[in-house]
Design a protein around this ligand. Sequence first.
Ligand code: C5P
Length: 217
Amino acid sequence: MIVTIDGPAGAGKSSISRRLADELGFEFLDTGAMYRAVALKGLRAEIDWDDTDRLAEFAKSASIDLSGSAVILDGEDVSHEIRTQQVTEVTRYAANNVGVREELVRMQREIADGKDIVTEGRDQGTLVFPNAECKIFLTASPEERARRRVEDLANRGEKVDFELILQQQTKRDEEDTQREVGPLLKAEDAIEVMTDGMTEVEVLEKLVGIVQRFQHA
Ligand code: C5P
């Protein structure tokens, strides 16, 4: 069974999706981490970001292993590095690149093939797994999302300004929804869950309930 979770940045998708997968005994796929890993590879090579072909080649040649709890890029644990502000900033070059998307979508389908899996991103229910059995669109207000992001970064030891994060998030929302390939979009058959004012445990309980309805359907 495939459960897709899409939604904007900072809606708490990553940690909720991971916990949902644990709760269900499913595997988990963080597709944002894949775009971040390709961007990190580009950053390290000091790539010219206009060189879209080279970045697409990086996606093809990269070994990205998400099977454990860490993100392993070409044999190295980059779990923390891919979440830094610097990488977040340049990930759009990977996300807007048609060749990168083609390659990562292919990998995502290959990883999910025949598995019980929770897969999380922007285009999972629409483009990557249009036939997924259960689709969820997880969202929250922009302010709530920015507040959570600031908290999250603070927990990782990065001190950032709320207004700046909100501004960057608005920009990313625009880029995510207006992208020509794989834009952030709620699938017609996705169930929308608005998480403002809910604790993580409450959201988790709600999602488990939704998935169980489809499991027993
Ligand atoms: O979810 P996360 O914030 O880690 O995603 C990083 C970036 O990767 C997002 O801003 C988004 O633009 C992009 N992304 C994407 N398609 C996905 C997952 C993430 O374009 N399936």
